[in-house]
Design a protein around this ligand. Sequence first.
Ligand code: FAD
Length: 415
Amino acid sequence: MVKNLRVGIIGGGAAGFFSALSVKEHFPNAEVTIYEKSNKLLAKVKISGGGRCNVTNGRLDNKELVQNYPRGEKLLRKGFEQFNAKSTLDWFSKRGVELVTYPDNNFCVFPKSNDSQTIIDCFLRDAKRLNIEIQMQTTISQISKKDDGTFGFLANNRPVVADKIIIATGGSPKLEGMAWLQELGCEVVEPLPSLFTFNMPQESIREFMGVSVDYVHVRIESTKLSAKGSLLVTHWGMSGPAILKLSAWGARILADKNYDFAILVNWLGEVKEEELRIKLRETAEQHGSKLMVNLNPFQFPNRLWHFFIEKAGISLQCRWKELGSKTSNKLINLLVNDRYVVSGKTTFKEEFVTTGGIALNQINFQTMESKAVEGLFFAGEVMDIDGITGGFNFQAAWTTAWIAGKSVGIKNREI
Ligand SMILES: Cc1cc2nc3c(=O)[nH]c(=O)nc-3n(C[C@H](O)[C@H](O)[C@H](O)COP(=O)(O)OP(=O)(O)OC[C@H]3O[C@@H](n4cnc5c(N)ncnc54)[C@H](O)[C@@H]3O)c2cc1C
């Protein structure tokens, strides 16, 4: 008698569920079990996007989409040929989940309900319908490959045999957390945090927490790293898309600097010094008798404008016509090249993704199968893939999970 394909999926998060559903879609007779160490399924989906779950990004052109991954771009370029953002929209639509793209919010896509539970309910409903077994509070900490090509492991002290394994255990903040995968023969890139806010204990700008500027250009001093977007002043320092992007693209460089570095902010985005000089001169000509603090020509939040004036050493009693060339130069330099010192790393962040994980040179990009261990597949953040904010991390999870699920039955005895 031909035996059904037995697939063990380690991890009950986004990638674990999506790969389980993909296995059943492609190989309906497969016996699929998800092993989840905690007592919660899809915990990160629940809290994602501030409880709304930013499921993907509405940039449907693959070439544009891959540009949002500091690590994993090459793998995803291949992966998106099989399952991309459009596939995600179709996948959810087929299951009756309405999604909405917000072009004015970086093309983020959220469920119409604005509730991540909608996504969770969809996965749980489908998993039940397809008879996917789920074992919670079951940590898998050792897997061995047997001579007959199958895998053996203990699930709650009970020995289990599986034909194929999909590892979907997410990011591990520490290398030790991946030791069991190294023992199995996988190469691991050291994990590091990505998508974190900048900690600025010495900077008084923190007093203006909650203030944001829509479009700034931030550079990291002595590097080629720079990012544009909005910036939010926080209790700890700075956050917002421009900062989070820098933390992602610079994840390794900033870790090497032990998170001690300086940033230079152009508070006016792409405005150059010369344009700014003209703007200041025009303002002085047109509104010379007005106090500088009361006439803010740049639409900065007023509190921030006060801060800049004081930081440039300008008296709060100074009128526009009294702005001399020396102070004007100081203000110009401050607005386009404002320096802040970042020291150490805070763990108080809105979104956290781990760089590092299973080395991509170990993975077949067409199937997500390990090149070192036949029959072992990967999906999601456990790999050295990560995106910036905007739904890109979930998209990477859906793509890799769908491909892994589709590929587990290839070369197998039963399909
Ligand atoms: C606060 C927050 C908000 C976010 N918001 C968004 C967003 O809106 N959009 C977006 O694209 N991305 C977002 N992300 C990132 C996104 O959540 C992750 O990239 C995504 O969840 C990765 O999915 P995963 O399945 O690979 O890993 P995870 O979601 O981390 O799931 C891994 C699962 O495996 C289990 N596990 C681990 N080890 C074992 C083991 N040995 N045995 C059994 N089970 C194990 C874990 O308990 C966990 O349930 C957010 C992240 C955070 C922290």
